[in-house]
Design a binder for this molecule. Structure first.
Ligand code: COA
Length: 210
């Protein structure tokens, strides 16, 4: 039995959200996309924490979306997700880069239209996986990913992810295949981040190389 099956994985509850937020911010510190979108988070840690707390909290109310611990993972059946509008006071997002966030959102729209709304419309989707640096290389992310792959096996649905450069090798090792990529650029038009679109359990038309 793989090491990864030693870890107990359970859905996060509302009482976990503070801890999940702290863990995600720490874990995602080594993610180039996180650095690109939130370059000022060390100067404005409270803004960053509050913004992410709200995101994780809102995910508790999205049907068919589960945040799992340890680590964090959002797995959704794309065709069946709802967004619950909540009344929040306006956020102060001094930790983020508005232009980079706009680029990121535009890239997600492209990926959504090109892949997730076309041949992979019916898919399970993994979003924003992170583990704490001191607990890495122990199979925790593998266990979180396997949790979803097991549901892909039983439902026959493809699993999809937009991977960071850092996680790409791990997804490949677990059987994901690259079907495309998106590049995020800075104000000088230099590529800062590459996001890899990967799927598991499908016959793929490769476009983005490996
Ligand atoms: C990418 C990330 C989630 C991986 O988390 P992790 O818990 O270290 O992942 P695992 O331990 O399951 O696997 C990592 C490696 O350890 C290996 N490993 C797994 N179990 C192991 C064990 N018991 N002993 C030693 N190595 C092990 C895996 O085979 C894998 O090998 P690789 O480096 O060749 O890919 C983590 O590095 C992270 O949070 N990065 C920053 C955020 C990020 O990039 N997230 C991805 C967004 S899509």
């Amino acid at each position: 039995m793989p090491d990864s099956f030693r870890y107990h994985i359970r859905p996060a509850k509302s009482s976990d959200i503070q801890q999940v937020t702290a863990l995600a911010i720490e874990g995602l510190d080594s993610d180039d996309l996180f650095n690109y979108n939130f370059p000022h988070r060390k100067e404005f840690p409270d803004d960053c924490h509050l913004a992410w707390y709200r995101i994780f909290e809102s995910w508790l109310y999205i049907p068919r979306t589960l945040s799992l611990i340890p680590g964090r993972l959002d797995l959704r059946v794309r065709s069946c997700s709802w967004l619950i509008a909540k009344l929040y006071p306006k956020s102060i997002n001094r930790h983020s880069s508005p232009s980079h966030i706009a680029n990121f959102r535009a890239s997600l729209d492209v990926i959504e239209e090109k892949y997730w709304q076309t041949q992979y419309r019916e898919s399970l989707h993994l979003r924003a996986l992170a583990t704490k640096p001191e607990f890495r290389q122990k199979g925790i992310a593998t266990a979180l990913i396997e949790w979803g792959l097991q549901r892909s096996r039983t439902t026959g649905l493809v699993a999809g992810v937009e991977s960071s450069e850092m996680a790409k090798g791990l997804y490949s090792k677990l059987g994901f295949q690259t079907i495309g990529y998106e590049e995020l650029r800075d104000e000088m038009d230099a590529v800062q981040v590459k996001t890899w679109v990967m799927v598991w359990g499908a016959d793929v038309d490769r476009e983005g190389g490996s």
